[in-house]
Ligand binder design. Structure first.
Ligand code: EPZ
Length: 420
């Protein structure tokens, strides 16, 4: 088990510039899309994070040939020698479910272990299954596995009852090779979904309405290879932006897309930070001495991202007043509250709301990470907590943040990884 130790304090502003990596949540479906063609796809600006290696392992087990050099991943699936994604891989990474649609669409069969719940909620996949069923796949559930089969998927009119990122991604990939037209209604509009659709179009898919609530897909018989750049990670970027505001620092983020960060920028400005876009692809964050309280409600894009909720909660523990955070996406995404209380925060959870009273003087302690974004939040708290904070089980962080301690150290944080 690895740990990260931070020696923090209330007067240690971060300063300097940091480069943001490619998006974990964009690259994972892009890797799964390689299953849709026998030709090679080349992905650029790939983040070196654990989930990428897990997805490569999963596709490798199915029969893919992958090669990752620096931040370029070449993936090719001329054929598969199995169509089963086993539980030991799926339990490590829920995004494994994204192989379901492509496998059925190209090979007519897929067997994928049902992903369990996780630290942030129950996380069912019913919308993935109903979507595939509407495309003509026969779906059976047995022994903890979902089996989907279809000689050839047929286009359909599909309405997602709930906004689902993974569900939209799975079904748009499957529909790309279905016979006829598919209409997808109430689609997720996250930039990561759009980035996937742009890749599919480069591979020869016919998709109209990318980024809109309704997409139309005209199925084709086969898809080709492509070269594709993964968009910058807006959640990694948002995490460092909060770090700049939290420590009253002055930092510049490089290789970001401000247009993917509109609500994060807006909320940070309400909290008092000065946010500038000095030139293309850069964002500057200058923290303010006083942090204003601000109510936050998470919602699907373009609303405030649930993946930024834990990080903002840490910022709001320093606000001069009370803020209310409402988490509408996941049913258990306040796991970080108990650990923040141990650092001295004043937070009360009631149902889907967390009432954060500030400012609280945080003091360092040993804490444990529960999920990717909660652990990032605990690292942020360690930056301003007086004394030493040790975050345990940092494997969670490594799933979605490339070299986080090196990047924070580059900004002046006193942070190191402890290998036990
Ligand atoms: C994606 O998860 C992201 N992961 C999550 O990021 C992110 O928090 C989430 O979207 C919401 O933005 C990846 O892209 C790999 P959903 P996903 O399907 O696709 C319910 C991170 O930290 N739902 O949009 O699993 C579900 O329970 C991770 O990087 C159903 O009810 O999320 C949730 O309440 C965490 N039935 C809501 O919809 C379904 O079939 C949104 O889930 C599918 C989802």
């Amino acid at each position: 088990m690895e740990k990260i130790r931070i020696r923090g304090g209330p007067d240690l502003p971060l300063r300097g510039s940091v480069r943001v990596s490619g998006s974990k949540n964009a690259v994972l479906p892009a890797i799964a899309a390689a299953l849709l063609t026998e030709n090679k796809i080349r992905l650029e600006n790939v983040p070196l994070v654990r989930d990428v290696y897990s997805m490569m392992t999963l596709l490798g087990e199915l029969g893919a040939e992958g090669d990752l050099r620096e931040n370029v991943l070449e993936m090719q699936v001329p054929r598969i020698h199995r169509e089963e994604a086993s539980y030991d891989l799926v339990k490590v990474m829920r995004a494994s479910i994204l192989v379901l649609g492509p496998l059925v669409a190209r090979f007519g069969k897929a067997i994928v272990a049902l992903p369990g719940g996780c630290a942030i909620g129950s996380r069912p996949i019913d919308l993935h299954m109903t979507g595939l069923h509407k495309l003509g796949a026969s779906i059976t559930l047995e022994h903890g596995y979902i089996k989907a089969e279809a000689p050839r998927l047929q286009g359909a009119d599909i309405h997602f009852e709930k906004n689902t990122v993974g569900g939209t991604e799975n079904i748009v990939m499957a529909a790309s090779l279905a016979r006829g037209e598919t209409i997808l209604r109430n689609c997720a509009r996250e930039p990561e979904v759009q980035n996937l659709c742009e890749l599919l179009v480069k591979m020869g898919a016919k998709i109209d309405g990318i980024g809109e609530e309704t997409m139309r897909v005209t199925g084709v018989d086969s898809l080709g290879g492509a070269v594709h750049e993964i968009i910058p990670d807006r959640i990694e970027a948002g995490t460092y932006m909060v770090a700049g505001a939290l420590t009253r620092g002055d930092i510049i983020l490089d290789r970001v897309r401000p247009d993917h960060l509109v609500t994060t920028i807006e909320k940070l400005r309400y909290c008092g930070a000065r946010i500038e876009t000095p030139e293309t692809g850069k964002i500057r964050v200058v923290g303010s001495a006083e942090i204003h309280p601000e109510d936050i409600t998470t919602s699907p894009y373009p609303g405030f991202p649930t993946d930024m909720q834990a990080q903002f909660m840490v910022l709001l523990t320093q606000a001069s007043g009370t803020s209310i955070i409402t988490e509408t996406i996941f049913d258990r995404r306040f796991q970080h509250v108990n650990e923040l209380l141990r650092l001295g925060a004043s937070i009360e959870v009631s149902g889907d709301k967390a009432i954060v009273r500030g400012p609280s003087r945080l003091s360092g302690a040993e804490v444990i990470a529960s999920d990717l974004r909660a652990s990032a939040g605990l690292l942020l708290a360690g930056l301003i907590a007086g004394g030493e904070t040790v975050v345990n089980e940092v494997e969670h962080i490594d799933r979605g943040y490339e070299a986080i301690e090196a990047k924070l150290r580059q900004l002046g944080a006193r942070i190191e990884r402890i290998k036990e």
